[in-house]
Design a protein around this ligand. Structure first.
Ligand SMILES: [Zn+2]
Length: 323
């Protein structure tokens, strides 16, 4: 993709990687690079870099990952940092604990890498900042009208009801999430308020310990040991671990609930689907773009659908996925 003509390259592409020339940072690179900005600790946003720049909370989560960068340098949210010809500021993204947008100012222009963003925030992530910017780089994960996420309070009610229903029918409830951080821990807090005790598969339990170290009041939850009956009212696992857990969960009968924005599609793999997401849904994405009011948008994580939608609406946009 050519460098955009309307703004100087605060962001550019270095081969297939999003890159900040003035800082020599690659952005959310999933291959090892010397220096990277890491917006948050989901595994599709970092690799074993030489040096990773992120928020304090993201660094806490990364420290429990085997594939973390050699060195982590943290920057407080909301504090502008002068670096040569530009100023950079990490801003809250509302996605998961520690998630940050990267706002750049320089050469008379501004650019915002929003990444995975959820404008309303969650129990464990403050709402996203929404600065005006000339260039906006944002995900398009749920950039179709059929993705209409359930509001968090309603999703929490559905989760509590799922557990109650399982208990009535003598099934053991298992919640399945895509990531080990984010709504897995929001779920733990919500069900804790309903008097339910959680049991967490090991990767989520490690994340919970990081949340506690970051000062987030997640309720105590037991780690689950394979082949042992879970010592609590429900279990939370990541989708990647589900088959292993199914084989090694010694309960007479279990039922699964899938917690994800993808749950809006329904399906037959799980017993229940709750469209609870750490991401913006379609309407929230459109509103976010309107509020940032960029002259140009770059999108990713959607095969170009969101860029096409924005172009139809008269907002110049291109997809980084088309590479
Ligand atoms: Zn993410």
């Amino acid at each position: 993709m050519a460098t955009p003509s309307v703004v100087p390259p605060l962001f550019d592409l270095l081969e297939d990687l999003l890159y900040v020339p003035a800082l020599d940072w690659c952005v959310d690179a999933t291959v090892s690079v010397p220096r990277a900005f890491i917006s948050h600790a989901h595994t599709d946003h970092f690799a074993r870099h030489g040096e990773g720049h992120c928020s304090f909370e993201t660094a806490l989560l990364l420290q429990s990952s085997r594939s973390r960068p050699d060195r982590l340098l943290t920057h407080p949210l909301g504090r502008p940092v002068r670096a040569g010809e530009i100023t950079f500021t990490l801003l809250p993204a509302g996605h998961i604990l520690g998630s940050a947008q990267l706002f750049l100012e320089g050469g008379g222009t501004t650019a915002l890498y929003a990444g995975d963003v959820r404008p309303s925030g969650s129990r464990t992530a403050p709402p996203a900042a929404v600065p005006r910017a000339d260039l906006l780089i944002v995900e398009g994960t749920y950039a179709e009208a059929r993705y209409d996420h359930t509001p968090a309070a309603k999703a929490e009610e559905q989760a509590v009801e799922f557990v109650r229903r399982c208990v009535r029918q003598e099934h053991f409830p298992v919640f399945v999430t895509m990531g080990r951080a984010g709504k897995a821990l929001d779920l733990l807090m919500a069900l804790g308020e309903a008097g339910l005790r959680g049991v967490l598969h090991a990767p989520i339990h490690r994340a919970a310990e990081c949340y506690t170290r970051a000062g987030i009041p997640v309720p105590p939850a037991a780690p689950w040991t394979p082949d042992q009956p879970p010592e609590g009212d429900y279990l939370v696992v990541t989708a990647a671990s589900l088959e292993t857990v199914r084989r090694r969960l010694p309960v007479p009968s279990c039922r699964t609930a899938f917690l994800s924005g993808w749950a809006a599609e329904g399906g037959t793999e799980f017993d229940a689907y709750i469209a609870w997401s750490d991401h913006a849904d379609f309407e929230e994405l459109l509103e976010f773009v309107e509020r940032v009011d960029p002259r140009e948008v770059w999108t990713f994580a959607d095969g170009g659908k969101f860029a096409a939608e924005l172009n139809r609406r008269g907002r110049p946009a291109q997809s980084l996925d088309e590479g």
